[in-house]
Design a protein around this ligand. Structure first.
Ligand code: EPZ
Length: 417
């Protein structure tokens, strides 16, 4: 089993360039199904999840070229299959976002129900509510969810929770429907806006992305385009929290700072110096962290995808920090692992109470999910000594060239096994 071996080397110094956003690239790759014309995507991060999704798309008949790193060309002129099986769906639930485009393009899809994962049951009721509102008959049987319609008709859908995936899936199903669709209480994440911009480049008429009400006027067909994926705000936040924890002075390049407001504000509260210079953020920390409180919320609140990383930081803060996770029901899997490194964290329902300690200690820990893994890397960078992190495939799903980027900041990370 592959693992990271990390030797804490003190303050981080240097520069790191942020890659394209995983959570923007995945739905946009699914949206290439919506046209027979060729699509070129740039700044696609080279991640396991991207590779898995190309397998899913190829299984549907999409031809994909990969002429150079971070560039992919999609040709969905012929969709030869509308079914995705359990094997690929179980590996990456984001492939569920092929449902909306397949319904939009083909009027049907049969997908294996996406599994839950370490952070929660990950239901899909809001996705199906949207498809039904657009005129699909939807049934789930034998672990499959099948949607079919002879006529996609625009409608109004209220999302009981501003689900990112449901907003994306419904948008992609609605762009070729007859008439107008309104999504109320839509997710407002920057990745939704990037998807909307991409769809509109293809000739769609999507308005209001980034607000809680999105209106989609159906069009007859969509055409090809070229699109550059936005930078990954969670990757950027992860490096910002890392230098806050180790101390040091780094420049983070290729960032959209307006996507980083909660992270920047919270780090400043914790005593970190942050200077914004266009698409570069300079982060300076003396390693002394004031305690802070976090409550995760849908965008523009504190991202749940930053919760684990901030918890790693809080373990070393002066005093007690309280972290409340409101988005997922089981996103504290990193607590046990951090406590094994000498942290002092107590869980009380949705709340984690983190009593700061002077130092963490090395040892053997395990990445239970993507952001838990990121939190453990941050914790390991602060340790005087060696830490081994197992199950690193979780981490490499979301962080492109992690070892090279950390080495560029003066860290010492080796992959073994
Ligand atoms: C996306 O997942 C991201 N993944 C997640 O990032 C992120 O944590 C999440 O949005 C929230 O921001 C991708 O974009 C590929 P949701 P998604 O639907 O779409 C409930 C990472 O670390 N819900 O917004 O699956 C659900 O149970 C990953 O990069 C329903 O109840 O998230 C959860 O409690 C992890 N019914 C909440 O909404 C539904 O039909 C948020 O889920 C759908 C969701």
């Amino acid at each position: 089993m592959e693992k990271f071996v990390i030797h804490g080397t003190g303050p981080l110094e240097g520069s790191v360039r942020i890659s394209g956003a995983k959570n923007a690239a995945l739905p946009i790759m699914c949206a290439t199904i919506l046209t027979k014309d060729k699509i070129t995507l740039e700044d696609v991060p080279e991640l396991k999840d991207v590779t898995l999704l190309t397998e899913v798309l190829r299984g549907l008949g999409v031809k994909i070229e990969h002429p150079e790193p971070n560039t992919y060309i999609f040709d969905a002129s012929e969709i030869t299959n509308t079914t995705t099986g359990a094997d690929l769906m179980s590996k990456m639930r984001a492939s569920f976002c092929v449902m909306g485009p397949l319904i939009g393009r083909m009027g049907r899809t049969e997908n294996s129900l996406p599994g839950g994962c370490a952070i929660g049951t990950r239901p899909i009721d809001l996705h199906l509510k949207g498809f039904r509102a657009l005129g699909c008959s939807v049934r789930t049987e034998h672990g499959m969810v099948c949607a079919k319609t002879d006529h996609l008709k625009g409608s109004t859908v209220y999302l009981d929770f501003p689900s990112v995936g449901a907003t994306e899936n419904i948008m992609m199903a609605a762009v070729l429907a007859d008439g107008e669709t309104t999504i109320d209480n839509a997710a407002m994440e920057p990745e939704i806006v990037d998807l909307s911009n991409f769809l509109n480049k293809m000739g769609a008429q999507v308005r209001g992305a980034g607000t809680s009400t999105i209106k989609i006027k159906g069009v007859k067909e969509l055409h090809g385009c070229r699109h550059q994926i936005i930078p990954d705000r969670i990757e950027a936040g992860t490096y910002m929290v890392a230098v806050a924890a180790t101390g040091g002075n780094i420049n983070i390049e290729n960032v959209i700072t307006s996507h980083m407001r909660p992270v920047i504000a919270k780090l400043k509260e914790a005593g970190v110096e942050i200077y914004e210079n266009g698409d570069t953020i300079n982060v300076i920390s003396n390693g002394t962290i004031e305690s802070f409180d976090i409550k995760t919320l849908p965008y523009p609140g504190m991202p749940t995808d930053m919760q684990a990383q901030f918890m790693a930081l809080a373990t070393l803060a002066k005093g007690t920090s309280v972290i409340i996770e409101t988005v997922f029901e089981n996103r504290f899997m990193h607590v046990d692992e951090l406590n094994r490194m000498g942290a002092n964290i107590r869980i009380d329902g949705k709340n984690a109470i983190v009593q700061g300690v002077h130092k963490l200690r090395g040892g053997k820990v395990r990445a239970t999910d993507l952001r838990c893994g990121a939190a453990l890397v941050i914790a390991a960078l602060t340790v005087d000594g060696k830490t081994e992190i197992e199950d690193i495939y979780h981490i490499e799903r979301g962080y492109e060239n992690l070892i090279e980027k950390l080495e560029g900041l003066g860290a010492h990370v080796v992959r073994e096994g």
